[in-house]
Write a protein that binds this ligand. Structure first.
Ligand SMILES: Nc1ncnc2c1ncn2[C@@H]1O[C@H](COP(=O)(O)OP(=O)(O)O)[C@@H](O)[C@H]1O
Ligand SMILES: [Mg+2]
Length: 220
């Protein structure tokens, strides 16, 4: 039994892309993988089309009817979880969220990948952020970052923020952005001057090899 928390420097950075491809890669190796997206916003009730939940269920080859099982906290508004919940007169119970994740990880005899929501400091409610959720679970983090202009500061800020909460970063994933001013290797080289965390590059429309390397670096 092992588990990782997939977070990012922000939204739309590639967390679901990386998680679903890691699921596919690990499954080809005969591993039992469970991927969770416990808190999902922008979720239209009645359909899971286009959602992260759908992408993860598809990667696991599980029926869409199992959406409740991997995404218990679903909200319609495509906003941060605190705002999306508030639109519906709801509040995310931090304690219930952490307990549900912990129980689900313990019940699974294999690797569990938990995709967070947005970036590391997105509020879940009035008192807790994604970082608190990660600290509550204490799982190693997979931090997904980009290679766009501006990523160096965003990535180092996210690393500092995680380290301040004593979270272990298993790997930083440099997921190649649609527009990059330099080669990803150059971004990686610059980051290496400031962090000892392993860095793995995932190319655009990445071949399976990129995920094999990522899994090996993260000791997944
Ligand atoms: N390496 C990549 N190559 C091609 N498309 C990518 C890559 N990474 C992300 N994308 C695409 O970018 C969009 C945002 O990625 P996604 O994984 O949904 O981000 P997040 O989960 O962090 O919000 C999706 O359409 C996804 O398919
Ligand atoms: Mg996502």
């Amino acid at each position: 039994m092992s588990a990782f928390f997939i977070t990012g420097t922000g939204t739309d950075i590639g967390k679901t892309y990386v998680t679903s491809n890691l699921v596919r890669h690990l499954r080809t190796e005969g591993r039992s993988v469970l991927a969770l997206k416990p808190v999902a916003s922008g979720f239209q009730e009645g359909t899971i089309a286009g959602s992260d939940t759908e992408a993860l269920l598809d990667a696991m080859d599980l029926p869409h009817a199992m959406a409740d099982r991997i995404s218990p906290w679903r909200f319609a508004a495509p906003l941060s979880p605190d705002m999306a919940a508030s639109r519906e007169g709801r509040t995310i119970s931090f304690e219930q969220l952490v307990a549900w994740c912990r129980d689900t990880v313990h019940a699974h005899d294999g690797v569990t990948l938990i995709e967070g929501v947005g970036g590391v400091m997105v509020p879940l409610n009035d008192r807790h952020t994604v970082r608190d959720w990660m600290a509550g679970l204490g799982l190693p983090a997979i931090l997904v970052a980009g290679t766009y202009l501006g990523t160096l500061s965003h990535t180092l800020t996210a690393i500092e923020t995680l380290e301040r909460a004593r979270l272990h970063i298993a790997v930083v994933v440099l997921n190649e952005s649609a527009e990059s001013p330099t080669a990803a290797t150059e971004t990686a080289a610059s980051l290496r001057h400031f962090t000892g965390a392993p860095i793995s590059i995932v190319r655009r429309h990445a071949p399976r090899d990129d995920f094999a390397q990522l899994a090996a670096l993260a000791l997944l």
